[in-house]
Design a protein around this ligand. Structure first.
Ligand code: FAD
Length: 312
């Protein structure tokens, strides 16, 4: 039986709109770029591999290549952003439009608590330690613990996971900071059965089909291996994110051991425990909730502040 569902991708974003902020964007993984810096969408691969197959393929391939060549006169990589880079680029653009400030290379150390409320954080940047005062609250979004081998062993002791595909700086700092002030780690998903379905029913699911080869029929995820040359790749299991994190409520407020919200502290992204119970029903199931709960955390913090102002 075919399952429902659909895959969503960010709309491409023109990195030139960021001006000098373009250099703040971390480039995608090498695997997502060709020719030393050109991003390629899944649906474009077929046109670039066989541009002569149709007039449409030639036109798409030449448009992408000409744009990339023009980019390389000005930038160290292409500015036509796709996938996660398009998402982050557009977020950064929108954030700047409303006057948002950024503090780069600034690392969270510990949270500050006053009268039972999180009121800020100690951070360090370029060897200097300083304190940020948070009027409305702190939202933890340090990417979860996937790149810490100690955290991987703690969360998935039954698996041998020597590496992670997540950013190397995502070592669980947000979790450590929240746990040290009484946050609760949600380990309800810690089951060795997690992820087993991925080994079966290739092509039955929307995610499989989205990642498959559209030129292969009838099942774009299955094809006979019958013509040389043959290549082998070593496949090593590695997490791209963690589904276990801090336990929160629907407004992304971090809960303590009594399952009460810790005032002034929220979490989103991989610092927050996945609402999906450790399953991966489709692409976007980490990024979608990360955006939704980041939004809910900010809305809630803004509402709390408004209430506080009214009372005084
Ligand atoms: C190859 C790959 C493909 C993926 N594909 C998909 C997909 O198709 N769909 C999907 O939904 N998800 C996908 N994911 C997962 C998704 O990218 C992550 O789940 C998501 O980016 C997590 O968002 P986040 O905000 O929690 O963390 P991140 O986006 O990783 O951001 C965390 C940030 O926190 C910073 N940081 C870390 N520690 C500190 C500290 N102490 N102080 C200050 N800052 C700190 C890091 O530098 C980083 O910038 C993919 C991941 C990978 C690796």
């Amino acid at each position: 039986m075919h399952k429902g569902g659909r895959a969503l991708s960010p709309v491409p974003f023109d990195g030139r709109r960021l001006g000098s902020d373009f250099q703040l964007l971390r480039p995608p993984r090498d695997e997502f770029m060709v020719l030393g810096g050109m991003m390629v969408g899944r649906d474009e691969i077929r046109h670039l591999i066989r541009p002569w197959r149709s007039l449409q393929s030639s036109s798409i391939a030449s448009r992408i290549l000409v744009r990339y060549l023009a980019d390389r006169f000005r930038c160290p990589r292409g500015t036509r952003l796709l996938l996660g880079n398009a998402l982050v680029g557009r977020l950064l653009f929108s954030y700047r439009q409303i006057g948002g400030a950024l503090s780069m290379n600034t690392s969270l150390e510990t949270l500050c608590i006053e009268h039972g409320r999180v009121t800020g954080a100690w951070v360090h940047s370029n060897g200097v330690r300083w304190r940020i005062h948070a009027r409305r609250g702190v939202v933890l979004a340090t990417g979860g613990p996937s790149s810490s081998s100690a955290w991987r062993s703690r969360l998935m002791p039954e698996r041998d996971l020597p590496m992670s595909l997540a950013f190397e700086g995502n070592t669980g700092d947000g979790l450590d900071a929240a746990l040290s002030i009484g946050g609760v780690l949600d380990q309800r998903h810690a089951s060795p059965r997690s992820g087993r379905d991925l080994q079966f029913g290739k092509g039955d699911y929307a995610l499989n089909r989205y990642n498959g080869d559209p030129d292969t029929a009838p099942n774009r995820c299955l094809s006979p291996i019958d013509s040389a040359p043959f290549f082998a790749v070593r496949v090593t299991p590695a997490p791209i994110g963690s589904s276990m994190g801090l336990r929160t409520d629907a407004d992304a407020r971090v809960l303590d051991q009594r399952l009460e919200p810790i005032a002034g502290l929220s979490a989103c992204g991989n610092d927050m425990s996945s609402a999906m119970g450790g399953t991966y029903p489709g692409p976007g199931i980490t990024l979608g909730p990360a955006l939704v709960f980041g939004y809910r955390a900010a809305r809630h913090a803004a509402g709390s502040m408004a209430e506080g102002v009214t009372q005084t």
